[in-house]
Design a protein around this ligand. Structure first.
Ligand SMILES: Cc1cc2nc3c(=O)[nH]c(=O)nc-3n(C[C@H](O)[C@H](O)[C@H](O)COP(=O)(O)OP(=O)(O)OC[C@H]3O[C@@H](n4cnc5c(N)ncnc54)[C@H](O)[C@@H]3O)c2cc1C
Ligand code: SF4
Length: 495
């Protein structure tokens, strides 16, 4: 159980981060790991509280509390504290497919539900997860086994994001022949062409994909199923198909002037920056459209933050991030008690960098764009911002954000990035497979099931649950793999 009095003796510590002035000069990761002795102290802080909410992964008030993969957090912490790192890795690998991804990008639902966090800082579980997986890679413990027996069954996975990769990994281990179809030129989904390199080094994805390929998983890239690859081919050639195409339909901002040149969806922008960096082996900075510009990012969430950090690295003149909702509280409100996910103000790396560079937080709350302003050539030259105020609908009790009359003001902008979330999956895939979708265009299944309305066709990840998190996509991919295995074999022994 870690050290009995560890949580009383040691303070929470995380690995050092490179200072803003240094890290904005490149697109490299900026979080270092703790020294070995400190890693053990951090693991010693776990008090084995008896009811490990950290590994529960249950929904409370509509939000997940604890790890959706049910990682055996107290047991792993204990093994790290005792220096039994190989065993810690084996324990972690029971529930997790890719700790190297979540230990870099997960918002750490486990830590928000940590009992230690009731009265003090929570155990640094995400940091410990990184310690374990990087130890395992460094000591050649991470192996992708070649299946000893082949079942003769063939499975096609459409989409190589974390959901598709997790499903492919388990099904291949079981001995099924797995082919992953991906419409992009490189595998990884939003791990590759969404999350920026400074948060998740793309070599980390390559390292994992290589292991999977060596174990027999086949990747077919530049294969757009529903367009360049016909679904009929997959339905005939495979015993099961898993649709894991993400929720890639972005929410637009439909206001006058939307057709101005210089307005992009955040994911298109972030993906193209990463692609240019990868294509040039990080030698070329893709700054042509960005350097020296005034940028507005619409959306105050994590994607918007990634845009802010990327824009700063590309040398923008100014960056403003608009958020429709009011500024969150600094600490938990009584209406949002532990172990619920805390709805509190978070200042992420991009915002920290903006504060360092421009002297103020880039976020403006309760504000949106009411019009884009174009020059005579149709290029974006500004935006009209409008303040919003919350108004309660007496009948439903719901709050709506409505424009404040007379609050409009024009600001300069030559680049706008829309990071306003996603609506759901893309119709050309679901329609070409003939699967039913729900009101949000996610592939419809019964509750707790991964089988679509069409025989042999399953689904996982954002395409199933809507825009979510990497950890949920991995959990869904693993669950879908079990469901497919059960359909193919009559039972499943996949963990
Ligand atoms: C900018 C950004 C930053 C994010 N940051 C974080 C973060 O820090 N932490 C976190 O936990 N989550 C983050 N998320 C959310 C997370 O990335 C997603 O929840 C997760 O990647 C979903 O995984 P998925 O496998 O379901 O889908 P995706 O990752 O979207 O992968 C779907 C794949 O399917 C492919 N595809 C789609 N249609 C077809 C087709 N017809 N044929 C072949 N291939 C197809 C796509 O090209 C894509 O590669 C972020 C999201 C964005 C947009
Ligand atoms: S995957 Fe995320 S929620 Fe689960 S233990 Fe790791 S950091 Fe915590």
């Amino acid at each position: 159980m870690g050290k009995t009095t560890g949580f009383l003796e040691y303070e929470r510590k995380e690995g050092a981060v490179r200072m803003e002035q240094e890290r904005v000069q490149d697109f490299r990761e900026f979080h270092d790991r703790l020294p070995r002795a400190e890693q053990q102290k951090q693991a010693a802080r776990c008090m084995d509280c008896g009811i490990p909410f950290c590994q529960a992964g249950v929904m409370i008030s509509g939000m997940a509390s604890g790890c959706p993969l049910h990682n055996l957090v107290p047991e792993i912490n204990d093994l790290v504290y005792r220096g039994r790192m190989a065993e810690a890795w084996r324990r972690l690998s029971v529930t997790h497919s890719f700790p190297e991804f979540t230990s870099r990008v997960c918002p750490a639902l486990c830590e928000a539900a940590c009992t230690c966090g009731c009265h003090d800082a929570p155990v640094a579980t995400k940091e410990i997860e990184k310690t374990v997986i990087e130890y395992a890679f460094a000591h050649d413990l991470v192996r992708e086994p070649v299946p000893p027996v082949c079942t003769g069954k063939r499975v096609a996975v459409v989409g190589s994001g974390p959901a598709g990769l997790a499903a492919a990994q388990l099904l291949n281990r079981r001995g099924h022949e797995v082919t992953v179809y991906e419409r992009k030129d490189r595998p990884g989904g939003l791990l590759r062409y969404g999350i920026p390199n400074m948060k998740l080094d793309k070599a980390v994805i390559d390292r994992r994909v290589k292991l999977m390929e060596q174990a027999g998983v086949r990747f077919v890239l530049n294969a757009d199923v529903g367009r360049t690859v016909q679904p009929g081919k997959l339905m005939e050639g495979y015993d099961a198909v898993i649709l894991a195409c993400g929720a890639s339909q972005p929410r637009d901002i439909q206001v006058p002037g939307r057709d101005a040149k210089g307005i992009h969806f955040a994911v298109d922008f972030l993906g193209s920056v990463t692609k240019q960096l990868l294509d040039s082996d990080f030698k070329k900075l893709p700054d042509r459209e960005v350097k020296g510009r005034d940028v507005i990012v619409i959306g105050g969430g994590d994607t918007g933050n990634d845009c802010v950090g990327t824009c700063i690295r590309l040398g923008v003149k100014s960056v403003t991030q608009l958020e429709m909702m009011p500024k969150p509280a600094i600490t938990r409100l009584p209406s949002n008690p532990w172990p619920e996910w805390p709805r509190i103000l978070k200042t992420d790396y991009g915002q920290e960098e903006a504060i360092w560079k421009f002297g103020e937080d880039p976020r403006i709350y309760q504000t949106t764009v009411s019009e884009f302003v174009k020059d005579r050539k149709g290029r974006l030259k500004g935006a009209i911002l409008v303040s919003l105020e919350p108004v309660k609908n007496d009948a439903t009790g719901r709050i709506r954000m409505v424009p404040v009359e007379g609050s409009q003001k024009e600001v300069p902008a030559q680049l706008v990035l829309i990071a306003a979330g996603f609506l759901g999956s893309e119709a050309y895939v679901t329609e070409s497979f003939g699967v039913a979708v729900d009101g949000r265009t996610n592939v419809k299944t019964d509750a707790g099931s991964y089988a679509s309305s069409r025989d042999k066709v399953f689904t996982a990840g954002d395409m199933h649950r809507g825009q979510s998190l990497v950890v949920w996509a991995i959990a869904e991919g693993r669950n879908a793999a079990r469901a497919v295995d059960e359909m193919l074999m009559g039972y499943t022994n996949l963990m």
